[in-house]
Write a protein that binds this ligand. Sequence first.
Ligand code: SAM
Length: 220
Amino acid sequence: MKDIGKTRFDSERKQMVLELGRKGITDQKVLDAFLRVPRHVFVEDAFQDRAYGDHPLPIGLGQTISQPYMVALMTQILQLSGTERVMEIGTGSGYQAAILSGLVEKVYSVERIKKLSERAEDILLHKLRYRNIILIVSDGSYGLSQYAPFDRIIVTAGSPPDVPKALLSQLADGGRLVIPKGDRYIQTLTVIDKKGDEFITSYEGGCVFVPLIGKYGWNE
Ligand code: SAM
């Protein structure tokens, strides 16, 4: 990642990370990733002053950059060691992909809205020069069979109760999928571990995401 130098946002970013710690994020590698990634670069100019508050913000086209705590929690739940190939469904602003970039080997991030993927490409690959992120425009409810299997899959849009089967089939043995699932407007953060032929499901509490729209998601 390109160093964008010291900015007026540095102290706000430190405060945000302290708050994440207070709210229960304990994985130091995750907290360090939040210290490195300049969230203000991912939000729209009109919201720059709120970039380090712990809330989602609009990024245009009816979509949002997720709340930092939720990004941190999902990243912590992934239990990353640094060697993983990770698929993210829902590139959005690109912020979650940037956080993952420093914690894993490779990130494959899928977005269905071309304009958002192009915006994320400009920030991630041209402005900040991340080298291990691949951006794809497609319906992520199909996953990415051409790059499977993945050690981790993170879905940052709300899935219907039936998790898309393609995502389960593209998970490596020993892999973990983190996905908000439930109804269209409110979901439960769900963790699915693949052990041999078995899928073991656990739950991490309520959450609110924009819907996963697609063939194996919700209708538009
Ligand atoms: N991870 C993002 C970030 O860091 O900014 C936030 C994601 S935003 C809450 C959800 C995103 O999922 C939106 O950009 C939306 O267009 C995208 N999305 C919804 N359904 C999708 C699908 N089937 N495939 C890929 N992306 C999808």
